[in-house]
Design a protein around this ligand. Structure first.
Ligand code: ADP
Length: 648
């Protein structure tokens, strides 16, 4: 078979350039990536043979091998796992399949400085390509288990790679790195040092459940003495003839808690999550009894950029008695905890278990319930013990957790206890519902909230005026999901959750007899204007009435208690549902000069043309004030321009 040369896909080329001229100082991680890929390939082969007896593959001694040749300056990472077919090599190695990589590259281009770039590289596992941080040529020879021929891929990383079919290739994959010259000042980067390689494997890959073996070195005995490589000689004086297993292969989740260091947990997290940053929390759970399992879960420190996209792959790996069964096992946690990563190892499941079976399984459901409670309890504990860390958590994952308030009524209380919300009470510190209730004033029966795009837009909306003036605390909800969960939850500790932009507002004044009488008088005075305006604006509003929530603005629009809010309407429409336009209510501030003048004009005049325009303007201004759009922007501009002209 002939050798063919191909060009890397554009993104792949960019990524390679980055690796070659790496700004990333921790080059050691290339070995972790290769060992991690090899370990995955072994998992896949074992699973494939479990599922398919007829697969012609040798699984008698599955392992990873590392071989160093100091003279040739090569480092080989070899596995006898699943391997790749010719087409798979083209797809998986020549292109970048990761959905996150494009985002990564974009952010990287936008990163201003080297430190920013390094931080970004740290956030995205770059896998196989990281070999080019240390190698000037990489060759991969692979044969898919069950296939007759192998494939040889080779590249110097500069734009092109070659591919050829080879007759003889062992089952699995060998990655052969020709190492760049070691820079003499920095011996740290000498990957032909067995000491260095051992140290890296121990540090990053100790928990890998397959043996990672270092092969005896290929070099003359004379060389060893002459080279005076003291470290190597000391570490393993007789290492020349036998392969040495470098990792302990102990599943971390099966080891006693106090025997495992945070670093070890974090390395496992990085292996399974492809996130290079430390996790925020590590959660362990051992269930004994009839259905025995161990879980080791991680809460990441950053939300993935695609958390809210439809095809988002959710989290946990499932093992059965230490045998890897599947990635992204969605039956183990509810969708609103889809960001949690980790491993669950069950004792009594069949190795042949499928996703469909898992969804039905009663024991899996019990497991999901227990894991969910454990994660939520961890979040609540974090809030109490480490507010700063909790702050990070809630910023990253609060919005997705709130989905649970809608879908998981069993855990609603636990979720409400774990949750926190921005509030007018404090500009920086969010509050819990419990703390809000404790601060409620005498006579306040409800928990008030406002929804909107941002804290700022809510705070400047007219709906807030009376609450601000009277010092009544309002929760400021800015996630799209907020409108939905407040409806679903309805109340907390017997206190209703009430939108400040819905229904009528009663902040306690009417209990005062004098103001009650005053109000009544006002209502009578305004009856004519309100009736006329209601009729005149009938296309846009269902009612015009006096307001108790305004102190500064002349008018605002509000929703009826049972109506959909504009944001919800938009949301349903975005989801493709047909929703009729709900008319809203226009409220006027009877203490405002403009409104007073309007009332006078209405009682005095018979020709109401100009008055009608004013009413229309007032309505549009109210819509604008809450961040809405005028129905007819052109007409609005014209009316305002005319008015301004007349003032000059
Ligand atoms: P990642 O491991 O993050 O998916 P890589 O670039 O390291 O990204 O690898 C891309 C894909 O190539 C892997 O998902 C896997 O399917 C395949 N692959 C890489 N190394 C091996 C290997 N040693 N054996 C079999 N397949 C491999």
């Amino acid at each position: 078979m002939s050798t063919e040369t191909f060009e890397f896909q554009v993104e792949a080329r960019q990524l390679l350039q980055l690796m070659i001229h790496s700004v990333y100082s921790n080059k050691d991680v290339f070995l972790r990536e290769l060992v991690s890929n090899a370990s995955d390939a072994l998992d896949k082969l074992r699973l494939a043979t479990l599922r398919d007896d007829s697969l012609d593959a040798d699984t008698s001694d599955l392992h990873v091998e590392i071989e160093i040749d100091k003279d040739a300056r090569t480092l080989i990472v070899r596995d006898n796992g699943i391997g790749m077919s010719y087409d798979e090599v083209t797809q998986l190695i020549g292109t970048i399949a990761h959905s996150g990589t494009a985002t990564f590259l974009k952010e990287l281009r936008e990163a201003q400085d080297a430190a920013g770039a390094e931080g970004l590289i740290g956030q995205f596992g770059v896998g196989f390509y990281s070999s080019f941080m240390v190698a000037d040529e990489v060759t991969l020879i692979t044969r898919r288990a069950g296939e007759a021929h192998g494939t040889r891929w080779s590249s110097q990383g500069e734009g092109t790679y070659t591919l050829e079919t080879v007759d003889e290739a062992p089952q699995g994959t060998s990655v052969i790195l020709h190492l760049k010259p070691t820079d003499s000042e920095n011996q740290l980067h000498d990957y032909t040092s067995t000491w260095k390689v051992k140290e890296i494997v121990k540090r990053y890959s100790d928990f890998i459940t397959w043996p990672v073996r270092l092969m005896p070195e290929k070099r003359d005995a004379a060389d060893t003495e002459a080279a005076g490589d003291a470290e190597d000689a000391e570490a393993a004086p007789a290492s020349a003839s036998e392969p040495e297993t470098l990792n302990s292969m102990k599943a971390l989740w099966a080891r006693p808690r106090d025997e495992v260091s945070d670093d070890e947990y974090h390395e496992l997290y990085k292996h399974i999550s492809h996130d290079w940053r430390e996790p925020l929390e590590t959660v362990r759970l051992q269930a004994e009894g009839t259905f025995e399992y161990q879980a080791l879960l991680f809460v990441p420190s950053h939300a993935p950029h695609d958390l809210f996209t439809q095809g988002y792959q959710r989290g946990l790996q499932l093992y059965v008695k230490r045998v890897f069964i599947m990635d992204d096992c969605e039956a183990l946690l509810p969708p609103y905890l889809r960001f949690v990563k980790g491993v669950v190892d069950a004792q009594d499941l069949s190795l042949n278990v499928s996703r469909e079976i898992l969804q039905q399984d009663r024991q899996i459901r019990m497991m999901q319930r227990r894991l969910t409670k454990k994660v939520l309890a961890t979040v609540t504990d974090m809030r109490k013990a480490n507010p700063e860390r909790y702050g990070t958590f809630w910023r990253e994952f609060g919005a997705v957790l709130k989905e649970g308030l809608i879908t998981d009524s069993d855990n609603r209380d636990a979720l409400l206890t774990a949750a926190s919300f921005a509030t007018t009470h404090d500009a920086d510190e969010p509050t819990t519902l419990k703390a809000y209730v404790e601060r409620m004033k005498d006579g306040q029966d409800d928990i008030y909230y406002a929804t909107g795009e941002s804290r700022q837009s809510i705070e400047s909306s007219p709906h807030m005026e009376a609450f601000g003036a009277k010092g009544v605390e309002v929760l400021l909800l800015t996630d799209p999901v907020d409108e939905v969960w407040v409806e679903a939850v309805g109340e907390y500790e017997g206190k209703r959750l009430r939108s400040i932009a819905k229904g009528t507002v009663d902040l306690g004044d009417d209990k005062d007899e004098e103001t009650g009488a005053e109000k009544e008088k006002q209502t009578e005075e305004y009856a004519g204007l309100l009736g006329w305006m209601t009729e005149h604006l009938a296309d846009d509003v269902k009612e015009v009435r006096l307001s108790a929530r305004l102190t500064v603005s002349p008018a605002c629009v509000v929703s009826d208690s049972d109506d959909l809010t504009p944001a919800l309407e938009n949301m349903y429409r975005a989801m493709g549902q047909e929703v009729p336009q709900t008319k809203r209510i226009l409220e006027l501030n009877p203490e405002h000069q403009l409104v007073k003048a309007l009332r006078q004009a209405h009682t005095q005049r018979t020709d109401h043309t100009e008055l009608a325009e004013t009413a229309e303007l007032l309505h549009t201004l109210a819509v604008l004030a809450e961040g809405g759009q005028p129905k007819d922007a052109g007409r609005f501009v014209k009316l305002v321009t005319d008015r301004l002209e007349r003032t000059l």
